[in-house]
Ligand binder design. Structure first.
Ligand code: ZN
Length: 203
């Protein structure tokens, strides 16, 4: 991969709660940290996303009496998977993994802070309408190619990659620096959909 001024590394949700021991652990989530650090060292431009929910967020099973984590419910914008309470604003679980070494990151983009809407994608919240502002930021900065890594492959990485393509950017996903939740084959489905959307999949 050549690195130039138009490329940006997008590190998705490399947070404690998505690592083993966290509230919503992605299997092997912490294993990506050395690969992410190596990758980040090659980039001039790095952006981090941070899942950042208020307590009592609508995506938490605990906010819906009688529901369990991983149940699915209907909300105003369609289906929503319910999660264990995770990445609550200001908690240790919402902090970045302590091994993450990206002091040169230029932007920390927080998402999921609206109580009633979840946000997997770095570009749009789960209603698919509410923008995070990232597309405009990238355009204004002249950043055209996005290399995505982080957690989880089949949710936040997936939606960020798809929406990045839809917003007109070149997008690659580095699989060695990603791990997924894999609910009912969701990693394989995500890989297929990303390829179909024109996302380059790199080892
Ligand atoms: Zn979340």
């Amino acid at each position: 991969m050549t690195r130039d001024d138009k490329e940006v590394l997008l590190i998705v949700d490399a947070q404690n709660d998505f690592c083993p021991g966290g509230a919503l652990a992605v299997p092997g989530g912490d294993e990506i940290v050395p690969a992410v650090n190596r990758l980040a060292a090659e980039f001039e431009h790095v952006i981090l996303t941070q899942d950042w929910h208020p307590a009592g967020h609508a995506s938490f099973a605990s906010s819906h009496p009688g529901k369990q984590p991983f149940d699915t419910i209907e909300v105003a914008y369609g289906q929503q998977i319910l999660w264990p309470d995770h990445c609550v604003q200001g908690t240790q679980g919402a902090a970045f993994h302590p091994g993450l070494d990206v002091p040169h990151a230029e932007l920390v983009l927080r998402k999921g802070y609206r109580r009633a809407i979840d946000s997997y994608s770095a570009f749009r919240e789960n209603d698919r309408r509410t923008p995070t502002g990232l597309a405009s930021y990238l355009r204004e900065r002249g950043l055209e190619r996005i290399i995505v890594c982080g957690l989880a492959t089949d949710f936040c990485v997936f939606y960020s990659a798809i929406d990045g393509r839809e917003a007109g950017f070149e997008v690659s996903v580095v699989t060695s620096a990603c791990r997924g939740i894999d609910a009912d084959g969701s990693i394989a489905r995500a890989m297929r959909s990303m390829s179909e959307a024109g996302v380059t999949i790199r080892p």
